[in-house]
Design a protein around this ligand. Sequence first.
Ligand code: C2E
Ligand code: CA
Ligand code: CA
Ligand code: CA
Length: 278
Amino acid sequence: QGKRGASRIVLYSGEDAAAPTQWLVVQAELRHAIERDELVLFYQPKVRLADGSTYGVEALVRWQHPQRGLLPPPEFLPAAEQSGLIEPLTAWVLRRALSDQAQWTAAGRPWSVSVNVSARNLEAPGFARSVALALEEFGTPPERLTIEVTETAMAGDARTAVQVLGELAALGVDVAVDDFGIGYTCLSQLRTLAVREIKIDREFVRGIEDDAQDRAIVRSVIELAHGLGCRVTAEGVETAQAQRWLVDAGCDDAQGYLFARPAPWAELLERTDPADTA
Ligand code: C2E
Ligand code: CA
Ligand code: CA
Ligand code: CA
């Protein structure tokens, strides 16, 4: 069935015949990848800007493909999102993240864990309930879990998103707005969302060293977030200069290559001292 589907779509696609075939191959393989446990989670530390201590980690999925090697999310997430595979994928990520968290907590690093979810996940009925069940299964205190939702995901079916995020908050789970600044969240919507953390997109953070407009945007996002009682995380902090500027601007937390690249949790454990855990 996969093959016939492929040739049919190739006919419609015109010039770029390879891309859709490839896309269907990715879909078919990804289905097996989840069953065969080929997905892996890397984790990137989330640090307090003031002292660089790690207080949590963000789970970032990769696919250990048998032929193509370790694939980053852009290679397969779009196919997952458009095929419905994003539901089993997110369920896998969530359970694995909570299971890993139990292990690093037992190893003396009580880091919280952040899990990314797609717009499609929020639209699936019973999403908050599936999160509640996973927390129960692993005995995870809800406040140790943060669900990251991109600003653009909330722009889609806004009413459903507001409701589901409210359900998650009622469970005691933290909600973060990811990639803030590139979407179109209306500010009043932010107020109705039970959001704990706003993550400033890397695009703007990258510009703070030489772009006055990016600096202005970052400053106002920090002010807005604090006004709403949220913490602010700067994504993609790569230089000490950016770190200093962000500290001065009042930003709370950060992630970025300056502090640590995403890695399997066992590697993070080797590189961090329990004393550096916030
Ligand atoms: P994101 O949530 O904004 O995650 C941050 C991305 O920036 C990650 O890319 C991370 O490796 C990268 N990054 C972190 N620090 C730096 C830095 O200092 N410089 C630069 N240049 N990059 C940095 P990654 O792992 O390739 O993930 C890409 C996106 O895929 C994520 O963006 C997220 O939207 C999505 N994603 C990753 N894992 C999952 C998942 O389990 N579920 C869902 N739904 N989406 C995921
Ligand atoms: Ca994220
Ligand atoms: Ca982000
Ligand atoms: Ca981003």
